[in-house]
Design a protein around this ligand. Sequence first.
Ligand code: FAD
Length: 290
Amino acid sequence: MKIIDLLNENKLTLSFEVFPPKTEMGFETVKTATEEIAGLRPAFMSVTYGAGGGTSKYTLEIAKNIKERYGVPTLAHLTCVSSTRETVNEKIEQIKEAGIENVMALRGDIPQELENKTIGEYLHAVDLVRQLKESNPDFCIGGACYPEIHPESKNQKDDIAFLKEKVSAGCDFLTTQMFFDNNLLYNFLYKIREAGITVPVIPGIMPITNANMVSRAIKLSGSFVPQRFKSLVDKFGSEPEKMKQAGIAYATDQIIDLYANGITNVHVYSMNNPDVAEKIQQNLSHILEK
Ligand code: FAD
C-alpha cells in the first residue's frame, strides 16, 4: 500500500521507524525486533539506510520481510550522498524488485572527511527525488523536513524554499526531524503552508527512554529541550526503569497533543525497541480505535 493513500484516509494512525544492523552478526536480533514491532500492526514501518550504503542490503531485506510476513506497508529509506547515479540506479532497481512502493528520499549526512570538498554527484535530496520519479513515476516518495531548520541552513526562509523545491520535484509527503516541543511543529506547519507546501507532514516523535539518549539525540538533531523535559531527566535519569516510564509518558503526551490539534499521522522513532513501541501503542489504544 502507498503511504500517501493511507495518509489521505484521514484516520488517526501511528507508525514506527526501525534501523538495520551494521553487520551480518546483528541481523537476526534486529530482524526479530522488527518483527515484534510489525506484530503490533502499525499503519506502516520505515527502515533507515546507512549513508554511504553500509547497511543498504539489510534495509531492503528487513523492509521486504515486514511487508511479506506481516502485511505492514514499508517505507525504505535511501540516501544519495557520496554515491554515483549508477549505484543509486542499482539500488532503485533492487527496491522495485523487492516490491517496495514507498521510498524515503534523503541526501544523508555529509561524511566529515568530505566536508568542504566535492561530495559526489548528489548535492541535495532533490536530485534523488527527481531520479526516483524518472525511474518509476509510481513510487510514493517521502522527504525529510526540519521544524527547527536543518543544521546546515542559514535561516528558516531558505530552508523552507529548498523544501518547497524538493516537494515540487515529487515528494508525496514529508516526515519531520524529532522535536520535544510541539509548538515548534505548529509554527513550522504554519510557515510551510503559508509558503505553499501542501503535502501531508508526519511529525516524528522520539521517545527518550534513557539518559544517554538525551545528549546523543540532541547532538544529532540540534533539537531544543524544554525545561519540562530537562526536569524529568534530572529527576529520573539515573534510574533506568523510571526514566523509561517517564520518557514513554512524555512521548505519549506529545502524540496526544498532536492528535488533539488536528494531526492525523504520527511516526515514532522506536529504535528497534518493541517494548517501547508497544507501550506507546497501548497508551493510545482507545484514541487509535477505528
Ligand atoms: P536535503 O533536503 O538535501 O537538505 C540538506 C540541506 O541542504 C538543508 O540545509 C537544505 O536547506 C539544503 N538544501 C536543499 N536543497 C538545496 C538547494 N537546492 N540548494 C542549496 N541548499 C539546499 N540519514 C541517513 O543517513 N539515513 C536515513 O535513513 C535517514 N533518515 C532520516 C529520516 C528523517 C525523517 C530525517 C528528518 C532525517 C533522516 N536522516 C537519515 C538524516 C538526513 O540524511 C540528514 O539530516 C541530512 O543532513 C539531510 O538530508 P535531507 O534529505 O534532509 O537533505
